[in-house]
Design a binder for this molecule. Sequence first.
Ligand code: GLN
Length: 491
Amino acid sequence: MPDKPLYELTIHEAGKLLAAKDISAVALMDSVLTRIDKVEPLVDAYITICRESALKQAEAADRMIEKGNAGPLTGIPLAIKDLICTKGHLTTCGSKMLADFIAPYDATVMEKLNAAGAVMTGKVNMDEFAMGSSTENSAFKTTKNPWNTKHVPGGSSGGSVVAVAADMCLGSLGSDTGGSIRQPASHCGVVGLKPTYGRVSRYGLVAFASSLDQIGPITKDVTDAAILLGGISGYDPRDSTAANIPVSDYLKGLSNGIKGMTIGIPREYMEAEGIDSEVAGAISNAIRVFRDAGAKCIDISLPHAPHAVSAYYIIAPAEASSNLARYDGVKYGFRDTSGSDLVEMYTNTRHTGFGAEVKRRILLGTHALSSGYYDAFYKKASQIRTLMRQDFISAFECCDVILSPVSPTAAFKIGEKADDPLQMYLSDIFTISANLAGIPGISVPCGFTATGLPIGLQLMGNYFEEATILNAAYFFEQTSRIHLKKPELNV
Ligand code: GLN
């Protein structure tokens, strides 16, 4: 038996114990459920806790192990962001619009996890339709940061990262359109990876901005990120943007060391306005760790990076305004019947069903796409996006990995930016470019502020070079051991 409670195990630790039959999947799930019962009232991470189905899945996993059919995810309790369709369970997207929506099918990532024998602990909280950087935009509740419950966990995958950071699951899936895996992972001291666009199927992921959205793993360490990424990646004929490129053995690549690796440090990021001095200090320390181990750290330029936030807040809302047109009270989801005709039904449904941030994005996006404004806004933003992609392609001609902060500050206080959307948008200044270009990025813990809030380091890689950034992140994690510190929750 391990020397710590089962809920504290990583995926790779639990996998070994399960395979050796030292623990059972049912005992592991029981331990996680007990932990959820204790911690959930403090952090509000879950929207749905799947008690009965999780125990049934755990029993099935034990049978798979007994028969010798187990893999690295068999019997592993995972929490799923509530915008990934799960047959038979609610998929609310953190919205009143889908408060009662039960998807009639599983997303491809869920089919893969189910086939691997993973166990779904439940569906976790998020900013409505993944729009936000704090998880304060959920229609149901505000998730709290386990390191200090007066602070936000970041967003939009706040429920996913808190479930991992507070040991209410062993790993989780989030989605990242402009930073929603990496930014909350950074704020809660866990590992979060946004894969290359097309690495993971989006079939069954409720769309926010389809050309930017990717599902990715959120885990307690880098080894687990490699395992979970391997479990969800791959070609899918049901998603025309899923790449038909073989999936590497991410776990195997982890011990390759970083000697001879060239790391690019983008000057536009390091000189950006508004970087907190403690964040800058933690990033400088991280650069030193790489340099001391024989990596070559060079200064690079991403000349169009300063335009990332502006381009993103045209493109993402434009796509969102189109994607969210389907919520009209007719096809599925919420319907407001208080009006007297069809137009009133549409209007009232969308007025009551969507929250303020979603409405703001729909207005922005509709305006940017409207005739007369299209060229000035959407077309311009798309041109900037192409230039940003070229910046990265040129940068990766002289470096293997790009290193930067994840977020300019540590987690802010609940309510601090809630009435100031522009300030909120700026918290993704360092993560958005990877989505616009479609490259992979990982957030790995690299320090703490004086008040004890986590700080994350971002490593970005070339297209489909997830193995390279995982390997660099693994080296940093194993050298710094910062990820081993856990939040103290009074339970
Ligand atoms: N914070 C960004 C936004 O609100 C990114 C969200 C995301 O990645 N889903 O659009």
